[in-house]
Design a protein around this ligand. Structure first.
Ligand SMILES: Cc1cc2nc3c(=O)[nH]c(=O)nc-3n(C[C@H](O)[C@H](O)[C@H](O)COP(=O)(O)O)c2cc1C
Length: 438
Protein backbone atom coordinates (compact mmCIF):
# COMPACT_ATOMS: atom_id res chain seq x y z
CA UNK A 1 0.00 0.00 0.00
CA UNK A 2 1.12 3.54 -0.74
CA UNK A 3 1.23 6.53 1.54
CA UNK A 4 -2.22 8.12 2.01
CA UNK A 5 -2.55 11.71 0.83
CA UNK A 6 -5.06 14.51 1.37
CA UNK A 7 -7.18 15.65 -1.57
CA UNK A 8 -8.80 19.00 -2.14
CA UNK A 9 -10.68 20.74 -4.94
CA UNK A 10 -9.98 24.38 -5.76
CA UNK A 11 -12.95 26.20 -7.30
CA UNK A 12 -10.62 28.38 -9.27
CA UNK A 13 -12.86 31.17 -10.48
CA UNK A 14 -14.81 31.52 -7.28
CA UNK A 15 -18.55 31.69 -6.65
CA UNK A 16 -19.30 33.07 -10.10
CA UNK A 17 -20.40 32.10 -13.60
CA UNK A 18 -17.69 29.45 -13.92
CA UNK A 19 -18.29 27.26 -16.93
CA UNK A 20 -19.30 30.29 -19.02
CA UNK A 21 -18.43 29.52 -22.63
CA UNK A 22 -18.26 25.76 -22.01
CA UNK A 23 -20.75 23.34 -23.61
CA UNK A 24 -21.53 21.80 -20.18
CA UNK A 25 -23.39 25.02 -19.33
CA UNK A 26 -26.29 23.59 -21.30
CA UNK A 27 -27.06 21.42 -18.29
CA UNK A 28 -28.88 24.56 -17.15
CA UNK A 29 -27.40 25.00 -13.70
CA UNK A 30 -27.88 28.40 -12.16
CA UNK A 31 -24.56 29.56 -10.67
CA UNK A 32 -26.32 31.92 -8.24
CA UNK A 33 -28.31 29.06 -6.64
CA UNK A 34 -26.83 26.48 -4.23
CA UNK A 35 -27.82 23.24 -6.02
CA UNK A 36 -24.90 23.20 -8.48
CA UNK A 37 -22.35 23.48 -5.64
CA UNK A 38 -24.23 21.13 -3.32
CA UNK A 39 -24.32 18.39 -5.93
CA UNK A 40 -20.57 18.61 -6.53
CA UNK A 41 -19.76 18.95 -2.81
CA UNK A 42 -21.61 15.66 -2.19
CA UNK A 43 -19.58 14.02 -4.95
CA UNK A 44 -16.30 15.28 -3.45
CA UNK A 45 -17.33 13.90 -0.07
CA UNK A 46 -18.30 10.56 -1.60
CA UNK A 47 -14.83 10.58 -3.17
CA UNK A 48 -13.11 11.04 0.21
CA UNK A 49 -11.86 14.58 -0.35
CA UNK A 50 -10.82 16.54 2.74
CA UNK A 51 -11.72 19.99 1.54
CA UNK A 52 -13.22 22.27 -1.08
CA UNK A 53 -11.54 25.68 -1.38
CA UNK A 54 -13.44 28.52 -3.04
CA UNK A 55 -11.34 31.25 -4.66
CA UNK A 56 -12.39 34.84 -4.21
CA UNK A 57 -11.47 38.39 -5.12
CA UNK A 58 -13.74 41.12 -3.89
CA UNK A 59 -12.98 43.56 -6.71
CA UNK A 60 -13.74 44.03 -10.41
CA UNK A 61 -10.54 46.04 -10.80
CA UNK A 62 -10.17 49.61 -11.93
CA UNK A 63 -12.72 51.63 -13.93
CA UNK A 64 -10.75 51.23 -17.19
CA UNK A 65 -10.60 47.46 -16.98
CA UNK A 66 -14.04 46.47 -15.66
CA UNK A 67 -15.22 45.41 -19.12
CA UNK A 68 -12.20 43.12 -19.55
CA UNK A 69 -13.06 41.40 -16.29
CA UNK A 70 -16.74 40.86 -16.96
CA UNK A 71 -16.89 40.51 -20.78
CA UNK A 72 -16.16 36.78 -20.68
CA UNK A 73 -16.82 36.37 -16.94
CA UNK A 74 -13.14 35.59 -16.20
CA UNK A 75 -12.80 38.15 -13.40
CA UNK A 76 -16.37 38.54 -12.21
CA UNK A 77 -19.09 38.79 -11.20
CA UNK A 78 -18.31 36.95 -7.95
CA UNK A 79 -20.62 36.37 -5.04
CA UNK A 80 -19.30 35.94 -1.51
CA UNK A 81 -18.07 32.36 -0.90
CA UNK A 82 -18.39 32.76 2.89
CA UNK A 83 -22.16 33.05 2.42
CA UNK A 84 -22.22 29.98 0.15
CA UNK A 85 -20.39 27.82 2.72
CA UNK A 86 -23.41 27.11 5.03
CA UNK A 87 -25.35 25.67 2.07
CA UNK A 88 -22.48 23.28 1.36
CA UNK A 89 -22.19 22.27 5.01
CA UNK A 90 -25.93 21.56 5.04
CA UNK A 91 -25.53 19.22 2.05
CA UNK A 92 -22.59 17.22 3.48
CA UNK A 93 -21.35 15.63 6.73
CA UNK A 94 -17.58 15.41 6.45
CA UNK A 95 -16.24 17.66 3.71
CA UNK A 96 -14.28 20.71 4.86
CA UNK A 97 -15.36 23.93 3.14
CA UNK A 98 -12.84 26.74 2.82
CA UNK A 99 -14.01 30.14 1.58
CA UNK A 100 -11.33 32.68 0.68
CA UNK A 101 -11.19 35.66 3.03
CA UNK A 102 -9.18 38.87 2.80
CA UNK A 103 -8.32 40.44 6.20
CA UNK A 104 -8.96 43.88 4.67
CA UNK A 105 -12.66 43.04 4.45
CA UNK A 106 -13.37 42.04 8.08
CA UNK A 107 -12.76 43.63 11.45
CA UNK A 108 -11.21 41.01 13.77
CA UNK A 109 -14.11 40.85 16.24
CA UNK A 110 -16.71 40.43 13.46
CA UNK A 111 -14.51 37.85 11.78
CA UNK A 112 -13.89 35.88 15.01
CA UNK A 113 -17.62 35.79 15.75
CA UNK A 114 -18.80 34.85 12.26
CA UNK A 115 -16.10 32.21 11.80
CA UNK A 116 -16.82 30.74 15.26
CA UNK A 117 -20.54 30.57 14.52
CA UNK A 118 -19.92 28.71 11.27
CA UNK A 119 -17.33 26.42 12.85
CA UNK A 120 -20.01 25.30 15.32
CA UNK A 121 -22.80 25.12 12.74
CA UNK A 122 -20.66 22.95 10.46
CA UNK A 123 -19.43 20.41 13.03
CA UNK A 124 -15.92 21.91 12.99
CA UNK A 125 -15.48 21.74 9.21
CA UNK A 126 -14.68 25.35 8.41
CA UNK A 127 -11.39 26.44 6.86
CA UNK A 128 -10.31 29.93 5.81
CA UNK A 129 -8.13 30.60 2.77
CA UNK A 130 -6.40 33.77 3.96
CA UNK A 131 -5.23 35.97 1.06
CA UNK A 132 -3.57 39.36 1.05
CA UNK A 133 -4.55 40.79 -2.34
CA UNK A 134 -3.96 44.53 -2.06
CA UNK A 135 -5.64 45.53 -5.35
CA UNK A 136 -9.11 45.51 -3.83
CA UNK A 137 -8.07 47.68 -0.87
CA UNK A 138 -9.92 50.78 -2.07
CA UNK A 139 -13.26 49.09 -1.43
CA UNK A 140 -12.50 48.90 2.28
CA UNK A 141 -11.39 52.42 3.18
CA UNK A 142 -8.26 54.52 2.87
CA UNK A 143 -6.26 52.63 5.54
CA UNK A 144 -6.61 49.38 3.70
CA UNK A 145 -4.01 50.08 0.97
CA UNK A 146 -0.73 48.48 2.01
CA UNK A 147 2.34 47.09 0.28
CA UNK A 148 2.90 43.37 -0.29
CA UNK A 149 4.75 42.55 2.96
CA UNK A 150 2.78 45.02 5.07
CA UNK A 151 -0.45 43.29 3.98
CA UNK A 152 0.99 40.04 5.36
CA UNK A 153 1.94 41.84 8.61
CA UNK A 154 -1.63 43.04 8.93
CA UNK A 155 -2.94 39.54 8.17
CA UNK A 156 -0.80 38.17 11.02
CA UNK A 157 -2.08 40.78 13.45
CA UNK A 158 -5.64 40.05 12.29
CA UNK A 159 -5.28 36.30 12.75
CA UNK A 160 -3.50 36.60 16.11
CA UNK A 161 -6.33 38.90 17.23
CA UNK A 162 -9.03 36.49 16.06
CA UNK A 163 -7.28 33.63 17.85
CA UNK A 164 -6.99 35.62 21.08
CA UNK A 165 -10.77 36.16 20.90
CA UNK A 166 -11.44 32.48 20.18
CA UNK A 167 -9.23 31.67 23.19
CA UNK A 168 -10.90 34.17 25.50
CA UNK A 169 -12.82 31.31 27.19
CA UNK A 170 -10.43 29.54 29.57
CA UNK A 171 -10.70 25.88 30.51
CA UNK A 172 -13.82 25.45 32.67
CA UNK A 173 -15.47 28.72 31.59
CA UNK A 174 -18.33 26.80 30.01
CA UNK A 175 -19.93 25.05 33.03
CA UNK A 176 -23.32 23.70 31.84
CA UNK A 177 -24.32 22.58 35.37
CA UNK A 178 -28.12 22.32 35.47
CA UNK A 179 -28.27 21.33 39.14
CA UNK A 180 -26.37 24.45 40.12
CA UNK A 181 -28.17 26.53 37.43
CA UNK A 182 -24.77 27.63 36.17
CA UNK A 183 -24.30 28.06 32.38
CA UNK A 184 -20.87 29.69 32.32
CA UNK A 185 -18.26 31.14 34.66
CA UNK A 186 -17.42 34.72 33.69
CA UNK A 187 -14.42 34.78 36.03
CA UNK A 188 -12.74 32.31 33.66
CA UNK A 189 -13.09 34.54 30.63
CA UNK A 190 -10.36 36.88 29.40
CA UNK A 191 -11.17 40.50 28.69
CA UNK A 192 -8.69 40.62 25.73
CA UNK A 193 -7.57 44.18 25.10
CA UNK A 194 -5.84 44.54 21.74
CA UNK A 195 -4.14 47.78 20.74
CA UNK A 196 -2.11 47.04 17.64
CA UNK A 197 -0.69 48.68 14.54
CA UNK A 198 -3.75 48.01 12.42
CA UNK A 199 -6.55 47.06 14.81
CA UNK A 200 -7.95 48.08 18.21
CA UNK A 201 -10.58 45.93 19.86
CA UNK A 202 -11.69 44.45 23.16
CA UNK A 203 -13.02 41.00 24.07
CA UNK A 204 -14.03 38.55 25.27
CA UNK A 205 -15.81 36.93 22.35
CA UNK A 206 -19.47 36.12 22.92
CA UNK A 207 -19.31 32.89 20.88
CA UNK A 208 -18.70 29.48 22.47
CA UNK A 209 -15.23 27.92 22.60
CA UNK A 210 -14.54 25.00 20.25
CA UNK A 211 -14.68 21.34 21.20
CA UNK A 212 -12.81 20.05 18.12
CA UNK A 213 -10.34 22.75 17.25
CA UNK A 214 -10.30 26.12 15.55
CA UNK A 215 -11.12 26.64 11.86
CA UNK A 216 -8.25 25.38 9.68
CA UNK A 217 -6.09 28.11 8.18
CA UNK A 218 -5.16 27.73 4.51
CA UNK A 219 -2.73 30.02 2.68
CA UNK A 220 -1.64 30.33 -0.96
CA UNK A 221 1.17 32.92 -0.98
CA UNK A 222 4.42 31.69 -2.53
CA UNK A 223 6.74 34.65 -1.79
CA UNK A 224 9.24 34.46 1.06
CA UNK A 225 6.87 36.54 3.19
CA UNK A 226 3.96 34.31 2.14
CA UNK A 227 5.86 31.15 3.15
CA UNK A 228 6.76 32.73 6.51
CA UNK A 229 3.05 33.42 7.07
CA UNK A 230 2.23 29.79 6.26
CA UNK A 231 4.96 28.50 8.57
CA UNK A 232 3.58 30.57 11.42
CA UNK A 233 -0.16 30.03 10.95
CA UNK A 234 -1.32 27.58 8.32
CA UNK A 235 -2.69 24.07 8.54
CA UNK A 236 -2.63 23.82 4.75
CA UNK A 237 -0.35 25.54 2.23
CA UNK A 238 -1.45 25.65 -1.43
CA UNK A 239 1.57 25.26 -3.63
CA UNK A 240 2.15 26.12 -7.25
CA UNK A 241 5.57 24.79 -8.19
CA UNK A 242 7.22 22.54 -10.76
CA UNK A 243 6.63 18.93 -9.73
CA UNK A 244 10.04 17.35 -10.29
CA UNK A 245 11.53 15.68 -7.24
CA UNK A 246 14.05 18.43 -6.42
CA UNK A 247 11.42 21.20 -6.62
CA UNK A 248 8.88 19.30 -4.54
CA UNK A 249 11.41 18.58 -1.83
CA UNK A 250 12.76 22.15 -1.90
CA UNK A 251 9.27 23.66 -1.59
CA UNK A 252 8.40 21.36 1.31
CA UNK A 253 11.71 22.13 3.01
CA UNK A 254 11.06 25.87 2.77
CA UNK A 255 7.65 25.53 4.43
CA UNK A 256 9.00 23.21 7.11
CA UNK A 257 11.87 25.59 7.85
CA UNK A 258 9.40 28.47 8.19
CA UNK A 259 7.27 26.38 10.58
CA UNK A 260 10.28 25.47 12.73
CA UNK A 261 11.35 29.13 12.88
CA UNK A 262 7.97 29.96 14.41
CA UNK A 263 8.15 27.13 16.95
CA UNK A 264 5.84 24.75 15.14
CA UNK A 265 6.24 21.12 14.09
CA UNK A 266 6.76 20.80 10.29
CA UNK A 267 4.02 18.18 9.94
CA UNK A 268 1.52 20.77 11.30
CA UNK A 269 1.48 22.31 7.80
CA UNK A 270 0.16 20.06 5.01
CA UNK A 271 1.46 21.10 1.59
CA UNK A 272 -1.05 20.53 -1.23
CA UNK A 273 0.28 20.97 -4.78
CA UNK A 274 -2.25 22.45 -7.21
CA UNK A 275 -2.64 20.69 -10.57
CA UNK A 276 -5.14 20.76 -13.44
CA UNK A 277 -5.01 17.43 -15.25
CA UNK A 278 -6.78 16.68 -18.55
CA UNK A 279 -7.92 13.07 -18.28
CA UNK A 280 -8.54 11.04 -21.44
CA UNK A 281 -9.50 7.43 -22.06
CA UNK A 282 -6.28 6.08 -23.63
CA UNK A 283 -2.58 6.89 -24.07
CA UNK A 284 -3.24 7.22 -27.83
CA UNK A 285 -5.87 9.88 -27.22
CA UNK A 286 -3.43 11.71 -24.95
CA UNK A 287 -0.78 11.61 -27.69
CA UNK A 288 -3.25 12.98 -30.25
CA UNK A 289 -4.26 15.85 -27.94
CA UNK A 290 -0.66 16.75 -27.18
CA UNK A 291 0.30 16.65 -30.88
CA UNK A 292 -2.67 18.86 -31.84
CA UNK A 293 -1.71 21.41 -29.19
CA UNK A 294 1.52 22.16 -31.11
CA UNK A 295 -0.44 23.84 -33.92
CA UNK A 296 -3.19 25.95 -32.33
CA UNK A 297 -5.44 27.82 -34.78
CA UNK A 298 -6.19 31.53 -34.47
CA UNK A 299 -9.43 30.96 -32.54
CA UNK A 300 -7.58 28.89 -29.91
CA UNK A 301 -4.98 31.67 -29.61
CA UNK A 302 -7.72 34.31 -29.26
CA UNK A 303 -9.31 32.26 -26.47
CA UNK A 304 -5.98 32.24 -24.61
CA UNK A 305 -5.65 35.99 -25.18
CA UNK A 306 -9.11 36.48 -23.66
CA UNK A 307 -8.18 34.50 -20.54
CA UNK A 308 -4.90 36.35 -20.10
CA UNK A 309 -6.51 39.77 -20.69
CA UNK A 310 -8.63 39.58 -17.55
CA UNK A 311 -5.72 38.70 -15.23
CA UNK A 312 -3.43 41.26 -16.85
CA UNK A 313 -6.12 43.96 -16.96
CA UNK A 314 -4.92 44.59 -20.55
CA UNK A 315 -6.85 43.77 -23.73
CA UNK A 316 -4.65 41.36 -25.70
CA UNK A 317 -7.49 40.35 -28.02
CA UNK A 318 -7.20 43.54 -30.13
CA UNK A 319 -3.48 43.10 -30.83
CA UNK A 320 -1.94 41.85 -34.08
CA UNK A 321 -0.97 38.20 -33.55
CA UNK A 322 2.01 38.57 -35.88
CA UNK A 323 3.73 41.47 -34.11
CA UNK A 324 5.51 41.63 -30.74
CA UNK A 325 3.70 43.13 -27.75
CA UNK A 326 3.72 46.96 -28.11
CA UNK A 327 6.07 48.71 -25.73
CA UNK A 328 4.44 50.25 -22.65
CA UNK A 329 1.37 48.04 -23.11
CA UNK A 330 0.94 47.16 -19.45
CA UNK A 331 -0.04 49.75 -16.83
CA UNK A 332 2.47 50.06 -13.97
CA UNK A 333 0.14 48.38 -11.45
CA UNK A 334 -0.10 45.12 -13.43
CA UNK A 335 1.64 42.30 -11.54
CA UNK A 336 5.14 41.65 -12.86
CA UNK A 337 4.73 37.99 -11.99
CA UNK A 338 1.68 37.77 -14.27
CA UNK A 339 3.55 39.47 -17.15
CA UNK A 340 6.47 37.08 -16.67
CA UNK A 341 4.07 34.11 -16.71
CA UNK A 342 2.59 35.39 -19.99
CA UNK A 343 5.91 35.96 -21.74
CA UNK A 344 7.79 32.93 -20.37
CA UNK A 345 11.30 32.52 -21.73
CA UNK A 346 10.62 34.60 -24.87
CA UNK A 347 12.17 37.96 -25.63
CA UNK A 348 9.03 40.13 -25.50
CA UNK A 349 10.50 42.80 -27.81
CA UNK A 350 11.23 40.33 -30.63
CA UNK A 351 8.67 37.53 -30.37
CA UNK A 352 5.33 37.75 -32.21
CA UNK A 353 2.33 37.49 -29.87
CA UNK A 354 1.30 34.34 -31.76
CA UNK A 355 4.36 32.48 -30.43
CA UNK A 356 3.89 33.71 -26.88
CA UNK A 357 0.25 32.56 -26.84
CA UNK A 358 1.07 29.28 -28.60
CA UNK A 359 3.35 28.36 -25.71
CA UNK A 360 0.29 28.55 -23.45
CA UNK A 361 -1.67 26.22 -25.74
CA UNK A 362 1.05 23.56 -25.62
CA UNK A 363 0.12 20.46 -23.63
CA UNK A 364 2.35 17.71 -22.31
CA UNK A 365 1.98 14.12 -21.14
CA UNK A 366 1.67 13.04 -17.51
CA UNK A 367 3.61 9.87 -18.26
CA UNK A 368 6.84 11.68 -19.25
CA UNK A 369 6.48 14.55 -16.76
CA UNK A 370 6.03 17.20 -19.48
CA UNK A 371 2.43 18.09 -18.62
CA UNK A 372 -0.93 16.93 -17.31
CA UNK A 373 -2.65 15.08 -20.17
CA UNK A 374 -3.10 11.36 -19.60
CA UNK A 375 -5.24 8.53 -18.36
CA UNK A 376 -6.55 8.17 -14.80
CA UNK A 377 -4.04 5.36 -14.27
CA UNK A 378 -1.14 7.56 -15.37
CA UNK A 379 -2.31 10.35 -13.06
CA UNK A 380 -2.58 7.90 -10.15
CA UNK A 381 1.00 6.74 -10.85
CA UNK A 382 2.19 10.36 -10.77
CA UNK A 383 0.33 11.11 -7.51
CA UNK A 384 1.80 7.98 -5.95
CA UNK A 385 5.27 9.08 -7.03
CA UNK A 386 4.72 12.46 -5.36
CA UNK A 387 3.74 10.57 -2.20
CA UNK A 388 7.04 8.66 -2.37
CA UNK A 389 8.80 12.04 -2.26
CA UNK A 390 6.94 12.89 0.97
CA UNK A 391 4.04 14.86 -0.52
CA UNK A 392 1.04 15.51 1.75
CA UNK A 393 -1.63 16.04 -0.86
CA UNK A 394 -3.07 17.25 -4.13
CA UNK A 395 -5.35 20.13 -5.00
CA UNK A 396 -7.32 19.62 -8.20
CA UNK A 397 -8.01 22.90 -9.89
CA UNK A 398 -11.10 23.70 -11.95
CA UNK A 399 -14.72 24.79 -12.01
CA UNK A 400 -17.23 22.93 -9.87
CA UNK A 401 -19.61 21.88 -12.59
CA UNK A 402 -20.72 18.28 -11.92
CA UNK A 403 -19.62 17.36 -15.46
CA UNK A 404 -16.07 18.59 -14.68
CA UNK A 405 -15.97 16.89 -11.29
CA UNK A 406 -17.18 13.53 -12.61
CA UNK A 407 -14.88 13.66 -15.62
CA UNK A 408 -11.96 14.07 -13.25
CA UNK A 409 -12.97 11.62 -10.52
CA UNK A 410 -15.04 8.72 -11.87
CA UNK A 411 -12.07 6.59 -12.92
CA UNK A 412 -9.41 8.15 -10.72
CA UNK A 413 -11.05 7.62 -7.31
CA UNK A 414 -11.34 3.81 -7.48
CA UNK A 415 -7.71 3.50 -8.60
CA UNK A 416 -6.42 5.74 -5.80
CA UNK A 417 -8.59 3.88 -3.26
CA UNK A 418 -7.29 0.49 -4.33
CA UNK A 419 -3.74 1.77 -3.91
CA UNK A 420 -4.46 3.20 -0.44
CA UNK A 421 -3.66 6.78 -1.52
CA UNK A 422 -7.18 8.16 -1.00
CA UNK A 423 -9.13 7.79 2.24
CA UNK A 424 -12.15 5.47 2.44
CA UNK A 425 -13.54 7.01 5.62
CA UNK A 426 -13.40 10.20 7.63
CA UNK A 427 -12.26 10.70 11.19
CA UNK A 428 -15.59 12.34 12.06
CA UNK A 429 -14.36 15.23 14.22
CA UNK A 430 -14.09 17.85 11.50
CA UNK A 431 -11.57 19.28 9.05
CA UNK A 432 -8.68 19.73 11.49
CA UNK A 433 -8.97 16.12 12.67
CA UNK A 434 -9.08 14.85 9.08
CA UNK A 435 -5.96 16.82 8.20
CA UNK A 436 -4.12 15.49 11.25
CA UNK A 437 -5.21 11.86 10.79
CA UNK A 438 -2.16 11.07 8.62
C1 LIG B 1 -3.33 27.87 -5.40
C2 LIG B 1 -3.48 29.36 -5.20
C3 LIG B 1 -4.72 29.89 -4.88
C4 LIG B 1 -4.89 31.27 -4.70
N1 LIG B 1 -6.13 31.73 -4.40
C5 LIG B 1 -6.32 33.06 -4.27
C6 LIG B 1 -7.62 33.59 -4.03
O1 LIG B 1 -8.61 32.86 -3.94
N2 LIG B 1 -7.76 34.94 -3.91
C7 LIG B 1 -6.69 35.79 -4.01
O2 LIG B 1 -6.89 37.00 -3.89
N3 LIG B 1 -5.45 35.32 -4.21
C8 LIG B 1 -5.25 33.99 -4.36
N4 LIG B 1 -3.99 33.52 -4.60
C9 LIG B 1 -2.90 34.50 -4.64
C10 LIG B 1 -2.21 34.66 -3.29
O3 LIG B 1 -3.07 34.96 -2.24
C11 LIG B 1 -1.22 35.78 -3.26
O4 LIG B 1 -1.88 37.02 -3.42
C12 LIG B 1 -0.23 35.66 -4.34
O5 LIG B 1 0.25 34.34 -4.38
C13 LIG B 1 0.83 36.70 -4.06
O6 LIG B 1 1.38 36.45 -2.82
P1 LIG B 1 2.86 35.97 -2.76
O7 LIG B 1 3.61 37.14 -3.32
O8 LIG B 1 3.15 35.70 -1.31
O9 LIG B 1 2.91 34.75 -3.62
C14 LIG B 1 -3.80 32.15 -4.82
C15 LIG B 1 -2.54 31.62 -5.12
C16 LIG B 1 -2.38 30.24 -5.32
C17 LIG B 1 -1.02 29.72 -5.64
Amino acid sequence: MSRPQHFGWFLARGFGPHGWGLPSLDWDYDWTAPQLYQESARTLEQAGFDLLIIEDAPSLGSAETIDLRVRHAFGGPKHDPFVLAPYLFAATQHLGVVPTVNPAAYLPYTAARQFASLQHLSGHRLGLNVVTDTGSARHFGADARLGHDAAYDRAEEWLDGIRSLWRSWDEGALVLDRADDRYADGTRMRAVRHRGEHFDFDGPLNALPFTDGEPAIVSPGGSERGLAFAGAHSDVQLALAPLDEASVRAYRDSIHRAARERGRTPSDVKVLFAIQPVLVSSPEEADRLVAASRTPDDSALRAIARRQSSDLETDLTVLDLDRPLPEGLFAPHVSHGSIRRLVGDHDARETPLREILAAHARLGRISDGTGWVGTAGELADRIEQLGDWGNDGILLWGDLHPVTVHRMLDELVPILRRRGVLRREYDGAGLGANLRSF
